[in-house]
Design a binder for this molecule. Structure first.
Ligand code: UDP
Length: 404
């Protein structure tokens, strides 16, 4: 892919801004560091972004830190504590965290003009900074962290030149500049590229799902905060008035015991109803997810707690009105009553599902608006524009006027 491929899709202003800034940054070096090469939203975003940035003539690298089992257990707890769902780390855990960070920072070439460190795992790399602009890019919700954990981490984060959060209310008071940059989807990836009606039908056939009546769809991990049980409740109430199907599609059961438990509860609750389809998708099911989203009549994301909720942007991009919980990054994407509906309960979801099923024209218009909202705000080009602009802005932060 090159920037040219996005010219007819993305906002012209974004493309022009990227070209303009890329001219200034040509030959300069950029580095991204995170803790996984595959799986998870951060890795996916980087996989799509790095080649595009390289195409612009910027010498960009992506390095992945390596950790031990105890390191990843520690950082999982750190992650959960920062999201307010775990106790602080023990002294021993902080030591593991520090030592793995130190070893990785020695191994990885950190020499670059602009360095993005993603999430808490490699956050202590900052102590190996020699030069350049260093940015901590936080993808998680730290709006209600465990206070002790955040107190310790904050001291390190404040050594960076700036930090970035995905949603404004995820941010925390810190003594360095903060930027609000939401994630993005790539319209040219397998998950979002246009598909023919035939391919969509094929996928439904393969999954054995007749497309004979309206289809409600939720694609998410089997996680209590995604509320799949609430989705089934909503579907059952809607069924009293409208014949329809429900698809709950999610990742295969991993070694996550919570995922297994939720999946089992979902299967039990759905048992005996031939119109509920529970799909266990293996990793790399991007094209299948694409087809399911395109074949759905209404997409749901009834989360009760959410990070950004990229799956919402994916569905909106496919002109689907989305009914979503008013949490995390969902309200940025669902403009209530315009690109979909925000709901706070099962009953709220039922009301809005019925409204859309009874008003297909309204659903169609919302879908069109939804795509335009994503096109303007949540495409990868906007994201790259933000990163380049931030880099330039930080290099010129001591000047009164910034020429971007
Ligand atoms: N997804 C997937 N397979 C699944 C479930 C989800 O590939 O079985 C994808 C989904 O299309 C989206 C991402 O994983 O791109 C989930 O991101 P989101 O921000 O919606 O939720 P998270 O799982 O990060 O909480």
């Amino acid at each position: 892919m090159t920037l040219e491929d996005y010219r007819d899709i993305a906002e012209p202003g974004d493309i022009r801004a990227i070209e303009h800034m890329a001219k200034r940054l040509r030959g300069r070096t950029m580095l991204h560091v995170n803790s996984t090469a595959m799986g998870g939203g951060v890795a996916e975003l980087l996989q799509r972004m790095i080649p595009l940035i390289k195409e612009l003539g910027i010498d960009v690298r992506w390095s992945v830190m390596k950790g031990t089992k105890s390191f990843f257990e520690t950082t999982k707890r750190l992650h959960n504590a920062l999201q307010g769902k775990a106790l602080p780390l023990t002294k021993k855990m902080w030591e593991v965290y520090e030592s793995v960070n130190r070893k990785n920072a020695e191994r990885i070439d950190l020499d670059a003009d602009c360095v993005f460190i993603h999430d808490p795992q490699p956050a202590l790399f900052i102590y190996s900074k020699r030069r350049g602009v260093w940015i901590w890019r936080c993808h998680i919700d730290i709006s209600t962290p465990d206070k002790v954990t955040w107190f310790f981490l904050k001291n390190h984060i404040e050594k960076y030149d700036a930090c970035v959060f995905s949603v404004s209310h995820f941010a925390q008071a810190v003594a360095i500049p903060q930027f609000m940059i939401p994630p993005s989807i790539d319209p040219l990836s397998e998950k979002n590229i246009e598909l023919s009606d035939e391919e969509v039908r094929d996928v439904f056939e393969r999954f054995n799902i007749p497309m004979d009546k309206p289809i409600l769809l939720q694609v998410s991990r089997f996680d209590p905060f995604k509320d799949p049980l609430g989705v089934i409740d909503a579907y059952r109430m809607v069924r009293k008035y409208h014949d329809c199907r429900l698809i709950l599609a999610g990742g295969t059961a991993t070694d996550d015991p919570e995922g297994e438990r939720v999946l089992k509860e979902v299967q039990e609750k759905a048992e005996g109803d031939p119109d509920i389809h529970i799909l266990l998708l293996p990793p790399f099911s991007d094209r299948e997810i694409n087809a399911l989203q395109r074949g759905a009549t209404i997409v749901l994301q009834k989360s009760t707690r959410e990070g950004f909720g990229l799956v919402v942007a994916e569905a909106l991009w496919k002109k689907k009105p989305v009914i979503g919980g008013a949490v995390g990054g969902i309200p940025l994407q669902i403009i209530d009553g315009v690109t979909g509906f925000l709901v706070h309960s099962v009953e709220g979801a039922v009301y809005r599902i019925r409204q859309l099923l009874e008003n297909p024209d309204q659903a169609r218009i919302m879908g069109e608006t939804a795509r335009e909202h994503v096109r303007r705000n949540f495409l990868i080009t906007r994201h790259i524009k933000n990163y380049l602009a931030m880099w330039i802005a930080m290099e010129h932060r001591d000047e009164k006027v910034i020429y971007v």
